[in-house]
Design a protein around this ligand. Sequence first.
Ligand code: SF4
Length: 450
Amino acid sequence: MGLTGIQIFKLLPKTNCGECGVPTCLAFAMALASGSAELDACPYVSDEAKEQLAESSAPPVRPLTVGTGDYAVKVGAETVMFRHEKTFVNKPGLAVLVTTEMDDAAVKDKLAKLDKFQYERVGLNLRAEMVAIKDASGSADSFVALVNKVKDASQAALILISNDADALAAGVKACADRKPLIYAATEDTADALGALAKETGCPLAIKSSDGYDGLVALSDKLTGMGVKDLVLDTGARTAKQAFEDHTVIRRAAVKKVFRPLGFPTITFPCEMADNLMDETLLAAMFIAKYAGFIVMSDLEAYSLFPLLLERLNIYTDPQRPMTAEQGIYPIGNPNENSPALVTCNFSLTYFIVSGEVEGSRVPSWLAVVDTEGLSVLTAWAAGKFTGESVGTAINKMGLVDKIAHKNLVIPGYAAAISGELEEELAGWKILVGPREAAHIPKYLKEWKPA
Ligand code: SF4
């Protein structure tokens, strides 16, 4: 169990210097105990205290990373059962399965899809980022050959799957520099694969045929061996049981701070369904509840795109709207005679508006005002998109230096601020633009300074 605020306080320097962002060590201790502060915020904690505190302030689901570079997949660090309680932290990795039974063309096809199906949304690149490589033959040679083939063709994070500890060791050694997930140690292979995980520094999945008790025993054994980065698989391959297992594991970790089950999980929709639609439904469930890694048999746009969007939404902090930076964004190489528009900094609004401006092919200036992530209408209603606040922001950004005509187009939904804004921006003409972003291209094509 974690330490209480008072227990934590006893380990802090008690100088009340305030450098951690709160006025006293006691307040910091309380914040640490509630999980709303990070230990690193205090620069004066002794090493000894750090060790004790790190253990107690560690998130109930251990964070770990599979892969390296751009495709590194960090999972875990979760602290709540439900997203609305705080936030979900690290989105699950999505993997496509390739096996030693597949011919070259089939493997190439899967890797090509992994590469092809990438989507730009709200300034982010959405994609599946992992390949699960399965030894279906028990032959170390063919497994290593497939690992090398995938490794050479893709930077994706890797999950190596084999029932044969020797084949698995050979595969892991062929790509240890890519930090693959080793799948999976069982009661029979825990010693060998635990040693392999320690030697290579790769995370290790564990799978027991003896339910939760077996999983806990394996977890205890491997952490006792010094293997800290574990991934859990209860072995359930039905939707009902796998869902129940994921819920039980998350509850034990988060509500009871039960460390043996405080690890990310892996699940295999590819082994629970015989068609991609059903797999997709299962994966959708496990994105919300509570998988760390999800292995799919195939990637198709109709399946992957909704999963990626769901994952984006579920793993976005509900208390912090996604925002764009306040500033002036040139779109399509505008000059001093180009139209200038203003909008809010809610990410979705910004990307929709900028997309429509770009689509109009009319070079324009887009001024984005900080509305704390609120959309135009909400920001206006909340007093964050007023004539005064927009005028102040426009002056501060120096939009007047970019354009000669001093015309500013405001969103149609914010027409009510036009008079106040004209007063705020002396000498400017405020034009009321369309209400809907979809009408921006037509508006811009016809736009003329007043
Ligand atoms: S920075 Fe450390 S010593 Fe200073 S008030 Fe915060 S907890 Fe106390």
